[in-house]
Design a protein around this ligand. Structure first.
Ligand code: SF4
Length: 206
């Protein structure tokens, strides 16, 4: 795992622009170390030879076109990191915000690393809500994957997952594809794009 990318990604999640002051950089490093120490990463996936019905619509159909198989997946850092963030919100809110961003960056990076087992010819992970896709499609993933027992993730009636540092998504297998903004509702006023980067790959500059 590339930990210098992790710091850069955390800074981007925090909305940091340009050079980060040394004190902020130290706080980010400390929070990344804390996130790594308390994470209980769990990842469950299931590969489908036939594309599940909910993926036969835009923008999934275009994104996964040419992929002979897809993997549905769900992943989490576990409940302990949520608890730490909640406690810090009362005692040290600034650190809580940084730890929250560090945990998000770590979950993305650990999931990316895990997905290398699907082979080099795979798409970037695509989560419902990206690129104008319906965020409620997370229910389709849960219905087909049933990740609750193996990961401890619960899907609330609101559509939110607990622990909060959890994701559910889809990886296309057999063809390389990078995520695009698609029909994202934020496209017209997106500060990521204004800076030549994106929310899903903030370390890359176009
Ligand atoms: S970079 Fe901006 S426009 Fe693109 S998906 Fe992220 S929020 Fe939407």
């Amino acid at each position: 795992m590339n930990f210098s990318d992790l710091a850069a990604r955390t800074n981007r999640y925090l909305g940091a622009r340009g050079e980060v002051p040394p004190a902020c950089g130290e706080l980010v490093e400390a929070c990344l170390a804390e996130a790594r120490a308390v994470q209980r990463f769990r990842y469950v996936s299931r590969i489908f030879d036939e594309t599940p019905a909910f993926l036969r619509k835009s923008p999934y159909a275009e994104y996964f076109a040419g992929c002979p198989r897809v993997a549905l997946c769900a992943m989490t850092l576990g409940a302990e990191i949520d608890l730490r963030i909640r406690r810090l919100m009362r005692s040290d809110p600034a650190r809580a915000v940084v730890l929250d961003a560090a945990a998000s960056a770590l979950l993305e990076a650990m999931s990316d690393e895990y997905e290398e087992r699907f082979g080099a010819a795979r798409t970037d992970r695509f989560c419902p809500g990206y690129g104008g896709s319906p965020s409620e499609d997370v229910r389709e993933i849960f219905a087909l994957l049933r990740p609750e027992k193996e990961t401890g993730i619960a899907l609330l009636p609101s559509g939110l997952m607990v622990p909060q540092k959890s994701m559910a998504g889809i990886v296309g297998i057999g063809r390389r594809a990078e995520r695009r903004c698609g029909d994202c509702a934020a496209k017209e006023h997106c500060t990521w794009k204004e800076e030549g980067t994106t929310c899903f790959a903030p370390e890359k500059r176009s």
